[in-house]
Structure formats: C-alpha cells, structure tokens
Ligand binder design. Structure first.
Ligand code: AAO
Length: 512
C-alpha cells in the first residue's frame, strides 16, 4: 500500500511536466497563425508520418480585431471572450482539427491567453472576431462575462497603471503589460472562468497548454486555476492523464522574478537557450561551439525536465519579447539549420520547432518597422491557406521550417535516439564539434572557417549510414553523403566549411 501511494504521488508530481506526446515522438511544432483546417491536413499528410508529437496553435479564443489598416498578428493576444472563433477558424473547425490530429497521434497544445483581456484603449463595440460586444473603458466583457470587479486596477500601485519596472514583482503581476487589462486572478470567479475555458478545450481533446504571460501572474493564482482542470479525454489519453503545462516566463537573469518560481505549476520556457545558442553559432562575444560540451544545466539553464526549449519563437523572431539580435531565425537559414539541428540532437529539454510566415521585414534604426505584419491574408483579411508545392515546401509565404529536410530529419533523429545518453563528445577547441547519443545516433558540425577532416568515435554499430542532413535513406539507397562506420565504431568525416549545410548526422534508422 505504501509503495502504491508513493507511486501515485510520483505520477501526480510528474503529471503536468509530461508533454503527453506518443512514445517515440519527442517534439512539437508551433504552426504560428495557421488555420485549423490546414493544421488538420498537416497532421494527417505530414506531421504524423514524420514523427512529430504535436502542434502548438495560436490562441483559439475570440479576440479584438485591429485594423491599422491591416491586421497585426498580435491582435490574437487581446482576448474579448472565450468563444472559439478567430482568424484560424470557428469552433466546428477547431473540433475537427483536434479530432483528426488526435486520431493520427499528433496532439494539440493551446496558447492560453488568460493573464489579461484587450488593451485599455481598444474602445467599445463589436470589432471582435465573433462579433461579441465589449467596452474596454468600463471593463465590460459580457460574453465571458467579466466586469470592472474582475480586473486588477485597484491593486496596481504605479501612477500609470502600467508595468513600469520589471525589478518590482508586484508591478509585474498586478499592473498592465503593454496596457492590456489585467485580470484579477486572486478572485475565485475569475479563476473559475479561466478554468471553464481551458476545460472546454480539454473536453474537445487538447493535450496541454502554453500559458501566455505567466510571468505576469502570481504562481499561486495560476496553481488555483490549474488545479481546477480536468484530466485529458480518455478517448485518446490514458485514464488520469493531466494536461501538459508550459509557462511563458522570460528569465534571462537580472530580474527578481525567476523561472524557478513557476516549477510547481509545470514546465517553463527556457529563453536563455535560443539567446545563447544564437550567440555561439554566430560566434559573437568570443563564443565557440567547443564550449557547448556542457550545454544545458552547465550553462545555468533550468533543470532539463522543467524546460521547454526552442531556437526562436513568434516574438523574438521579429524583435518582440526577449533575446535580442543573437536569435537565429529562418532569415539566417544556414546558421538556423545548424542551431535547430544541434537542439534536436542534444538531450536537454523538451523541444519545440518554429514554423513561420514570411513578412516584409524592413529595418529602420535597427528596428523592424514591419514587426506587426500578420499572416499571409486575402483582401478581406482572412488568412490564406497553406498551399503545398510539388517539392513539398509551402507556398503563399508560409515558411514551413518544419518541412525543411534538415529540420524534419532531425526531428526524426531525436525520436530515434530518445532516452540515449549524451556520449562521445569531441571538439577541436574551436567550432568543430561532434557528439553521439549512445549507440543510436551521431552528429558532427563544422562551424569553423576551414575544412574539417577527422576520424571520430561514433559509438555506432559498424555499417554504412546515410547522412540525414545532405539527404536521407530512400528505399535501399541514400540521396545524401554516405558515412562508413568501422568495426571499432570510428568513422571518417570530411565537412567543407563552404558546404551548403556544414554538418552531418547519422542514426541507426538511416543505416543502409
Ligand atoms: C500590442 C502593441 C502595444 C499595445 C498593446 C495593447 O504592440 O503597443 O500597448 O498591443 O494595445 C503581443 C505583442 C505585443 C502586443 C500584444 C497585445 O508582442 O506587442 O501589444 O501581443 O496585442 C513581455 C512579457 C511576455 C510577452 C512579451 C512580448 O513578459 O509575456 O513581453 N510575450 C507574450 C506573447 C506575446 C504577447 C503577449 C505576451 C501579451 O508571446 O506575443 O504580446 O499577450 C523584458 C522582460 C520580458 C518582457 C520583455 C518585453 O525582457 O523581461 O518579460 O516580455 O521585456 O517587454 C533584454 C532583457 C530581457 C528583456 C528584453 C527586452 O533581452 O534581458 O529580460 O531585453 O527589454
């Protein structure tokens, strides 16, 4: 009995940290601003067959419609109600997506915006995605309903009512983030409304939540609404499965609010990861890849089992949020592929791949003045569908990084090496590095300005392997470089510094 109770306690404490992805599926992809109908298709035609574990979707709830004169992507971070209708689709389309994705074993993770409603200056009317009436001056959101009593204004002590100083945790939690009306999550009524929204999504079949602006909520208030959440639907998940929770907390150090304040509620986004990895791959600040030997906790990151990691996100790929100019994105595709490849090969953290849309990036005085531009859209403001080109890339200005061969094949690599230890590190004390994952996979990078030619211990069984970066195994053949692993596990690697992609990755499922 005692052993049983201990097991139950362990299960419960692990619960909300477990991404709930199917065994052997180790990453999720953020399909930023995609329509539900397109995500359903993508689950069936691409994500399931290629071993993706799930999709982080853009906020599905009703939001403010901003026209200035075109619609910014960020309007979706200004809730008007918890009705499921947005530029991505209506409730029926949402349900159809969840059902179809779940049926092929690709789960849905909702971006939950529950810290606030729309901006204070949004006005009043029905310029919202389902046409629900609201009034930001009187704090009236009848479609929830929330009224003046449900906001934090009385609690905030700054003159402007805004967060003025990130050094004061009270301001950060009780005042308005960029003028967004801050919900009073200390009230049971507000907690219940938030939980009701999230439970509605759980009833439909979602597997977890990214919780937006978690830094701006008290961890105890969050725990109160998280404790009200149901277990996941038994149609797709084991009895007693808790929703996966990952909290957006930007902690680059230097502020009193720490990522660790939130560990009790679930995982946390590790923003140091992309900021540091970008700096290393760019070789800025004297960094070099050889220093990645103790990547992870050794770099001052949070414990691996608490971390959600990513090279870039929808904010910092366009100068919002945090991370600065070091962040690598699809705009720097060669270095970006190396960074994503490194992330997916390395055991640290739970990995999220970014999938973006292209926008007319235009810098003025170091700032992208088009950082607001919304997804590819038609004249009437509706979001364009994701078309697929004959070469499997995407059209209509959808970037689809997750479909880039190098990235997709590294998602598969991570699945193949899942659970294997970090082994056989090698470096040249500069920017040529290599490491293995037990006896399942091995990866080699040359980010130096000269050629690499080395014989390295791979830890892999003898045989001929197909490099999954320059190509992949196709039937009994290989469309990329072939690597010969000798009987003693060593193999010879030659990587030109001017190669299209100066890295090589092999794993046991790509053995010829
Ligand atoms: C829009 C307009 C605003 C307008 C508002 C209301 O842009 O001018 O006032 O509407 O009308 C998104 C957009 C916002 C947009 C908002 C609502 O990014 O531009 O506002 O929708 O439509 C903070 C938060 C973090 C947040 C991030 C953007 O802590 O939670 O700002 N991210 C999420 C979402 C994001 C969304 C929201 C939250 C709101 O992912 O898409 O906003 O729902 C410091 C702090 C960070 C702070 C940053 C940025 O970071 O530490 O916590 O993030 O500042 O203010 C160094 C430091 C680093 C520092 C950074 C930047 O790197 O090391 O710590 O510099 O100073």
């Amino acid at each position: 009995m005692r052993v049983f109770l201990l097991l139950v306690a362990f299960e419960l404490s692990w619960a909300q940290y477990n991404p709930n992805t199917k065994p052997g599926r180790t990453s999720i992809v953020h399909l930023f601003e995609w329509r539900w109908a397109d995500i359903a298709l993508e689950c069936e035609r691409y994500l399931a067959p290629n071993g993706f574990g799930g999709v982080q979707i853009s906020p599905p709830n009703e939001n403010l419609v901003v026209t200035n004169p075109w619609r910014p992507w960020w309007e979706r971070y200004q809730p008007i109600s918890y009705k499921l209708c947005s530029r991505s689709g209506n409730e029926n389309e949402f349900k159809d997506m969840v059902t179809r994705c779940n049926n092929v074993g690709v789960y849905i993770y909702v971006d939950a915006v529950v810290n606030h409603m729309c901006g204070a200056a949004a006005g009043s009317g029905t310029h919202s995605t389902c046409g629900s009436y609201f009034n930001s001056e009187t704090h009236d959101f009848p479609a929830v309903p929330y009224s003046g009593w449900d906001f934090n204004d009385w609690k905030c002590k700054t003159g402007s009512g805004e967060i003025e100083n990130y050094g004061d945790p009270y301001q950060v939690r009780d005042c308005r983030l960029v003028s967004l009306l801050d919900l009073a999550l200390e009230k049971d009524y507000v907690r219940s409304k938030v939980a009701e929204y999230m439970n509605h999504l759980i009833d439909i079949g979602v597997a977890g939540f990214r919780i937006d602006a978690s830094k701006h909520m008290w961890p105890g208030d969050m725990k109160a609404f998280l404790d009200k959440l149901k277990n996941l639907r038994t149609t797709w998940f084991a009895e007693g499965t808790r929703p996966f929770i990952f909290q957006e907390v930007i902690d680059l150090g230097g502020e009193p609010i720490k990522a660790s304040d939130y560990y009790g509620n679930g995982r946390v986004t590790e923003f140091k990861y992309g900021a540091k990895l970008g700096t290393v791959i760019r070789k800025w600040s004297g960094e070099k890849m050889a220093y990645l030997k103790n990547w992870g906790e050794g770099w001052g990151f949070m414990p691996s089992d608490k971390a959600v990691v990513f090279v870039d996100n929808h904010d910092n790929q366009r100068g919002h949020g945090a991370g600065g100019s070091a962040i690598l994105t699809f705009w720097d595709s060669r270095q970006y592929k190396m960074a994503v490849g490194f992330m997916l090969a390395h055991p640290y953290g739970f990995t999220r791949v970014m999938s973006s849309f292209r926008w007319p990036r235009y810098f003025e005085n170091g700032k992208d003045i088009n950082d607001w531009v919304g997804p590819p859209s038609n004249g009437d403001g509706s979001t364009k569908s994701v078309t697929i080109n004959p070469d499997t890339t995407c059209g209509n200005d959808w970037v689809c990084e997750h479909r880039w061969r190098q990235i997709r094949n590294m998602v598969i690599f991570r699945n193949v090496v899942d659970g294997q230890p970090f082994t056989n590190w090698w470096d040249n004390n500069s920017n040529q590095v290599a490491f293995g994952r037990g006896n399942k996979g091995f990866i080699v990078f040359n980010n130096d300005d000269w050629n690499m030619s080395e014989t390295l211990q791979t830890g892999l069984p003898a045989g001929t392997y197909c490099d999954v970066i320059s190509g992949q195994k196709e039937g009994n053949g290989c469309s990329g470089i072939k690597i010969q692993v000798n009987g003693d596990g060593t193999a010879y690697f030659q990587i030109s510094n001017s190669a299209e992609d100066p890295f090589v990755a092999i794993h046991v499922d790509a053995k010829l």
